[in-house]
Design a protein around this ligand. Structure first.
Ligand code: SME
Length: 179
């Protein structure tokens, strides 16, 4: 028999988030950050948190064909939890859109991936991309990568919203050795 304490810890944890996709960007990202906060605030496991965050973004942000994380391990980015088609596993720092974000520490908002030197095509459907670095102190520990089949899908407001999300989740997706 499952105890009440166990049920409180493990049961009744259905996460059914809904966001008004037509809301203005500030409201949309306030709700997305609220949902991300609720999903991750009590969980110390970085992989579990990245997995749920990828699923949350995939579910709630329209017009994506890939959403997920690459983790910085030494001089590479290594594939982390994501939603979408299987993707390239290791990306050297500085290569492609993800590698550029990790190497520079700057968000890469790319309206046309075909015009980005060194873009790595994991899915031929991708037309535009947003890659946001995630920091622990001033070190990039991961990137959040979003791909869209629509050219110029990501606005400045999307960039701001995802940079806020990255700041919120940074301590919750750090591996113990990165903390
Ligand atoms: N397009 C990325 C590679 C990762 S996939 O999009 C999932 C890049 O150029 O770094």
């Amino acid at each position: 028999m499952i105890s009440t304490a166990t049920k409180q810890r493990y049961g009744d944890r259905m996460h059914d988030f809904a966001i008004d996709r037509l809301a203005n960007p500030e409201d949309f990202y306030a709700e997305l950050l609220g949902a991300a906060d609720a999903l991750t605030r009590d969980e110390p496991d970085a992989i579990a948190n990245m997995a749920n965050l990828a699923a949350l973004v995939w579910q709630l942000v329209p017009d994506l064909n890939w959403a997920g994380f690459y983790r910085r391990i030494a001089d590479e980015l290594v594939l982390g939890p994501f939603c979408g088609k299987p993707a390239c596993i290791r990306i050297p720092l500085g290569l492609g859109v993800c590698g550029a974000a990790a190497a520079t520490g700057e968000t890469q908002r790319v309206p046309d991936v075909h015009a980005f030197p060194g873009h790595i095509a994991c899915d031929a459907a991708s037309r535009s991309e947003l890659v946001v670095p995630v920091f622990n102190a001033s070190r990039v520990i991961a990137v959040l990568d979003l791909d869209s089949p629509i050219a110029a899908r990501f606005s400045a407001a999307d960039q701001t919203g995802f940079e806020q999300l990255a700041a919120l989740i940074a301590p919750r997706i750090s591996r113990p050795e990165q903390a």
